[in-house]
Structures are given as C-alpha cells and as structure tokens.
Design a protein around this ligand. Structure first.
Ligand SMILES: [Mg+2]
Length: 160
C-alpha cells in the first residue's frame, strides 16, 4: 500500500507554530531578511484581506496569508527594526504592525483558534510545496519564487 503525502495531511491535521513555519520558509527559499520587503508584503496582504467578504474561504485564505507575512515581518524585525530601517520609516512600520495586529486579533476571535491554525498550516504546506523536486526553490531571474511541479493550492473550503 502506498501512502501519499496527501493521505498523511488529511489524516493528521496538526497545527504548525507560525514562527517555526516562517523560519522554515525563509531558510528553505532563501527568502529576504529585509524588513522593508516584508512591510510591502504585509501591506499587499492587508489589501487582499479587505477585498474579500467575511466568512468565505477566500477571506480565511487572505487572513492566513496576512498572518504568514506578518509573522515573517515580526521575525526579521525583532533585532533589525531599530538599526536597519531608516528612522523616518520606523514610526510608519510600528503603526502598520499595530493595525495589522488588531486586525489579526479581531478575526482570530471571529474564526476561532482551531480554524485559524488549520488555515495557516494549510497555507504553509502549500507554500512549501512550491519547492522543486530537488527540495530547492525555483526562482525567476529577478528572484521571484515560482511554483514547482509539486505545488498544491490550499483548500480551506471545509473549514467554514
Ligand atoms: Mg493573499
């Protein structure tokens, strides 16, 4: 009997710790440690979340995306925000992070911890499935990560 990764995923719905997940993602993809890039990603995902209707799988997906990049920003900001970011940007970033955190908190209460944890974990697995057959990221010339042959989009339909 051949047990596929999909079977395992379906059977054991464990929930990953966001910080471990982002550390794994950043290491595996050689992702940027520049806080300003992560700020841009948080702004993009905030917009995507605003554009979706509450209580839809699409909204939950954007929530998980926002939690994903926010955790990434938090991770790379811990030591660097005070030293690497231009002083005039710092107040903006602190305010963006505050707004994002309130938004994340609001929908954490709305959807519940278990649903959010599952959605985040599925988005993380989907992101990790972008790796190529050799376990290495496939990148375009400008550094953008491309989806490998094993890529699977996250399916959140059953969570709502
Ligand atoms: Mg998104």
């Amino acid at each position: 009997m051949v047990v596929t990764q999909e079977d395992i995923d379906a059977f054991q719905e464990d929930i990953v710790n966001p910080y471990f997940a982002l550390a794994e993602f950043i290491r595996s993809f050689g992702a940027s440690l520049d806080p300003m890039l992560w700020v841009k990603l948080v702004e993009e995902e905030l917009k995507e979340l605003y554009d979706e209707k509450r209580n839809t799988p699409e909204h939950l997906k954007e929530y998980a995306d926002l939690l994903y990049v926010f955790t990434g920003l938090d991770l790379v900001s811990n030591e660097r925000l005070g030293t690497l970011v231009p002083e005039e940007e710092r107040a903006n970033i602190v305010s963006l992070m505050g707004r994002t955190e309130r938004m994340l908190q609001e929908y954490l209460q709305h959807y519940g911890e278990e649903t959010v944890g599952k959605a985040f974990t599925r988005v993380h697995r989907s992101n990790m499935s972008k790796l190529g057959e050799d376990g290495k990221p496939i990148k375009r010339e400008d550094g953008k990560v491309l989806k490998g042959p094993n890529y699977r989009a996250p399916d959140l339909d059953d969570l709502l």
